[in-house]
Design a protein around this ligand. Structure first.
Ligand code: GRF
Length: 202
């Protein structure tokens, strides 16, 4: 089941996908990892796993449209059945999201629809939330607004910092992202008219 993973940073979610596929828990083939940042540590993780890597520096493009078109072309050469955004810190154009509609997932560190955008952990603490978490969702043109597939939550404890909360949320990410990808690869997830459907039949 060919997939392409897009990253901008550490790539711990990418690592979770690599590990689970090596362990035979996840039947995917990561054809390529693409980063918009040359320094992203996730590129090292990909190389260590013998995965093709590409760096596409958004600063080399004069518009979002041109960058997304080039990105789309690179992804399309691999003919993936799923595009996985794993810490890819770019706002995507409508054309790009339409092209991969129903076959592109993102993971966002909040219990959507709460806390779209950045600094989610600090904002949740500042608002005295009792809990926080992470969401896997299909990507739609509007940022962090696509249909949610799976969420996991954790308590915000007394004295919690953005760092301690981020660490707890990350460990949840590494469970629910591979699981969502597994469901998609098993054809148990579908997307229709902006909604996510889960097929629970055995
Ligand atoms: C994660 O917190 C994810 O929810 C967000 O970006 C971060 C990526 O972390 N979209 P990593 O690069 O996978 O370690």
């Amino acid at each position: 089941f060919p997939v392409v993973v897009l990253i901008s940073g550490s790539g711990s979610n990418l690592q979770a996908l690599i590990d689970q596929s090596l362990q035979g828990k996840l039947d995917i083939n990561i054809s390529a990892v693409i980063s918009n940042k040359a320094q992203a540590y996730g590129l090292e993780r990909a190389k260590a796993a013998n995965i093709d890597t590409h760096v596409l520096d958004h600063k080399a493009f004069s518009s979002r449209e041109e960058f997304d078109k080039k990105l789309q072309d690179i992804i399309d050469t691999y003919q993936p059945k799923l595009v996985i955004l794993a810490g890819f810190m770019r706002i995507l154009t409508e054309g790009f999201t339409k092209h991969f509609e129903g076959k592109m997932l993102n993971i966002h560190p909040s219990l959507l629809p709460k806390y779209k955008g950045l600094d989610t952990h600090q904002r949740a603490i500042d608002n005295n939330e009792k809990e926080h978490g992470v969401s896997v969702h299909f990507v739609s043109p509007e940022l962090d607004a696509g249909a949610v597939i799976l969420q996991a939550s954790t308590a915000i404890e007394e004295g919690e910092t953005a760092e301690s909360l981020a660490a707890k949320v990350h460990s949840l990410e590494h469970i629910i992202y591979p699981l969502s990808v597994k469901w998609f690869s098993e054809n148990r997830l579908s997307y229709e008219s902006g909604k996510a459907y889960f097929d629970s039949s055995p």
